[in-house]
Structures are given as C-alpha cells and as structure tokens.
Design a protein around this ligand. Sequence first.
Ligand SMILES: NC(=O)c1ccc[n+]([C@@H]2O[C@H](COP(=O)([O-])OP(=O)(O)OC[C@H]3O[C@@H](n4cnc5c(N)ncnc54)[C@H](OP(=O)(O)O)[C@@H]3O)[C@@H](O)[C@H]2O)c1
Length: 298
Amino acid sequence: MDISLTEEGPTVSRIAHGMMRLSGWNADARGILELVERSIQNGITTFDQADIYGNYSCEELFGEALALSPSIRDRMQIITKCGIVLPPSCGNSIKHYDTSPEHITESVEKSLRKLRTDYIDILLIHRPDPIMDVEGIADTFSSLKRSGKVLHFGVSNFTPRQFEYLAERLDFNLVTNQIECSVLELSPFLDGTIDTCVRYRCSPMAWSPLAGGELFTGRNDRISRIRKTLEEIRIERNLRSIDIIALAWVLMHPSRIIPLIGTGNPDRVDRAVTAIDLKLSRTEWFRIWSASTGRDVP
Ligand SMILES: NC(=O)c1ccc[n+]([C@@H]2O[C@H](COP(=O)([O-])OP(=O)(O)OC[C@H]3O[C@@H](n4cnc5c(N)ncnc54)[C@H](OP(=O)(O)O)[C@@H]3O)[C@@H](O)[C@H]2O)c1
C-alpha cells in the first residue's frame, strides 16, 4: 500500500526500509539487491539513506546493488539526508553540522554519484543546525528542485518551531519531518512535533520504530513492562511476534506516520508488512501507551 506524504505528493510506501545499518549486513551487491527486491515484493518501495551512513559508505553500497538491475530505480523512491559532517580519522576536526548552501549542494552531488541515480526523491536536512540560515536552505532547496536533481524536500529531528521557520520560507511543501517515534519514544506525540506535521498537512516518518532492536534486547523495567503487554496482545490476537504490534501501534496515528524499519533480515521484512493490516483497538493502543509511561492516562 502506498500513500502520498502531502496532497501534492510524493507517493511513498506505507512502511519504508532504512539503510543505516546496511554496511553491517556483510552483504555484497548481489545480497543487497536481493534484500531490496524482497522489500519491493512486499510493497516496501521507499528506501532511506543518508550521506553519513556507514561512515559515508552505505549510499555507495546501495548504488552498486542498484547498478546490477538498473530498471529497479523506476520502482523505488530514494530518501537521503545531509547536514551532519563526520570528522576524518585524523586531524582536529570534530563531528558538526553544516547546512550551508555549499555543503547541501555538494552533498547532493556526491549522493547522486554514489547512488548512481539522476535524481533523489526526497532530501532531508538530517538534524537541525543551531546556526542554520533558513533563508539559505530555502534558496538551495528551490535551486535543487529547479535543476531536477531533487524532487521533494523535508527535515529530520526538527522541533515544531524549526519546521515552521523553514516551511514558511518555501513556496512548496516540506513533505515530512523524520523523527524518532516508537512505543519507547513517545515525546513526538506530546511535544507538538506530530501536530505540526498535521497542521502543515504532511506525514511524519518514524525512525527506529522498534527502538533500534532495544525492544527485544533491553533489560530495564520499562522495556520489560512494554514487552509483557505486547506479548499479552500477541497471544490474544494470535500473532506471530510482537514487532508487528509495535509497528501497527505507530501506523495507527491519523497523521499516517511512515515507520522506517531497519532490519537486514528478509524474514523480518516479510513480517513487518503484515502490520499494515493489523488494526489495534483504542484499548490495545492505550494498554501499550500506559505500559510505556508506567501509569494510566490521567
Ligand atoms: N533521521 C535520523 O536521525 C535517523 C536516526 C536513526 C535511524 N534513521 C533511519 O531509520 C531507519 C531505521 O532505524 P533502526 O535501524 O534503528 O530501526 P529499527 O527497526 O527500530 O531497528 C532495527 C534493529 O532492530 C533489530 N531487530 C529488528 N527486529 C528484531 C527482532 N524481532 N528481534 C531482534 N532484533 C530485531 C534489527 O536487527 P536485524 O537486522 O538482525 O533484524 C536492527 O538491528 C535507519 O535505517 C535509518 O534509515 C534515521
């Protein structure tokens, strides 16, 4: 199932596949292509990248895989990000943000080369930069759009106010704010982040919707409590595993949040898409919410 992130597009799959961990999957180009094809067969056509993933290696690995089957590019949407700069292994530089027009433009050119594509479907500013110049970002987005190198633009980890400042300077829509959101990360439901997307009529994207795997491996009281509730619902609903419920919980929000799954395991990709058809009741949703907060709603 696909949805449109705003009334004017772009179309993305209801669940997207994140490529942040790709360099750790120990797969060659053929293996990566097989996983990408498996996702597409499951209806997951949107793939999330960033310039820095895998210490700047993941876009290139992904591009090498796509080069084995060039027509696959027409059946997918690629998201990538820029704005974080990792230091080289020597010298006195440190990790920092750069949202200058020069950096954004240069980063897009590098991403296009590494991904072996002519266009990026959606470009995101990876993190809000405390010294960002929103006018400069808006002008750069406009010029990249005119060039056809980037079709749509969004942000990631922006506060509501930062989102508004940039959105108001553009004569086209920001299409998403990609934020951390899961049964373990509730803050975007409460701090106005999701509400701002609703107000600007775009859908948020949820990174680490399974808390980066911590949902399964975490050992503290809170995680144990959430796991127990998910497990109870799993048994009541006769489901295969709790990851389906955790994804359905994110999918249920009316803003149509797009979860970005990060697994390199094809069986888990198959399982994840079944969450799209799982409709939780309000009571089930709040049982999970209350397990996460540790108390009933007031
Ligand atoms: N914008 C941002 O700032 C930002 C930040 C972080 C991430 N992201 C994006 O979000 C994507 C997803 O993030 P994520 O990878 O943290 O997502 P995630 O789906 O919450 O976590 C994936 C991790 O959980 C493990 N996992 C999944 N199902 C499991 C299960 N049933 N049992 C045990 N472990 C399981 C996976 O291992 P296996 O591979 O073994 O299944 C993988 O290590 C990233 O790829 C990236 O594209 C964006």
